[in-house]
Write a protein that binds this ligand. Structure first.
Ligand code: URA
Length: 232
């Protein structure tokens, strides 16, 4: 692919604008400034613009360890957006494949591939999500059975789909909950239906994608090919 076409696709600029960036000396190929728009770019070429390595054109996939206090939307009047944690170009083209509440932490997947994120968020696909939950009150003996059967959420028609509960530390009211739906505030509402209250919530996995324990809160990384392909 020609350098100017590569810039058009990665930066979303016109061919004329790409030529201007190149003429101004803003673009480096393999760490050297280039002034020729027609140079060939391959998978192995490193292209930088304003000291940022530009990704190959094509869909992008990231996992973020969302800290508390950030919202999963492009704009919010009260809180910073989790997109502000990404040092990427064309942020406006990205979206969350399943949101977390402002006070929930953990795994969020971010992409510009709508078909891929649909496989995660579509209720028909029943993609599992596992949450670490800390409850205000003790974990009831009947919770596992009730969550398997389904609970009635306020102002929803049917029961929730079967969910699995694994007690992590009963003395801390800490458990792992796996659900295959993604209704608004679902986990908090499920425990409210059982007469309890979620004190803290952290998402650990989506499908087979597990939050990378090397990522500190606020850090993110590109998904591996295996992680991307695991969503089917
Ligand atoms: N369920 C909730 O209640 N909140 C979240 O952020 C995610 C799932």
């Amino acid at each position: 692919m020609r350098l100017d076409k590569f810039l058009c696709e990665t930066l979303g600029v016109t061919r004329r604008e790409a030529t201007i960036l190149i003429r101004r000396g803003e673009v480096c190929v393999n760490d050297a400034v280039v002034k020729v728009a027609t140079g060939k770019i391959t998978e192995q070429t490193k292209v930088t613009w304003q000291e940022r390595v530009l990704p190959m054109p094509g869909p992008r996939y990231f996992m973020l360890n969302k800290p508390e206090g950030f919202v999963c939307s492009h704009e919010d009047s009260a809180n910073p957006t989790a997109f502000a944690l990404l040092d990427e170009i064309k942020i406006d083209k990205l979206h969350f494949a399943g949101r977390l509440d402002v006070d929930t932490t953990g795994l969020v997947l971010i992409t510009d591939d709508g078909q891929w994120s649909h496989k995660i968020t579509s209720p028909k696909r029943k993609c599992n999500k596992t949450y670490r939950v800390w409850l205000e009150e003790a974990i009831g003996d009947d919770y596992a059975a009730q969550l398997t059967e389904g609970v009635q959420l306020h102002s929803e028609k049917g029961l929730t789909l079967p969910a699995t509960l694994e007690i992590v530390d009963a003395s801390q009211n800490e458990l792992l909950l796996t659900i295959c739906e993604g209704k608004y505030h679902q986990v908090k509402r499920m425990f409210a239906a059982l007469g309890n209250k979620v004190e803290k919530l952290h998402r650990e996995s989506i499908g087979d994608i597990i939050l990378d324990d090397e990522l500190e809160p606020g850090e993110y990384r590109v998904l591996t090919a295996a992680e991307i392909q695991s969503i089917i």
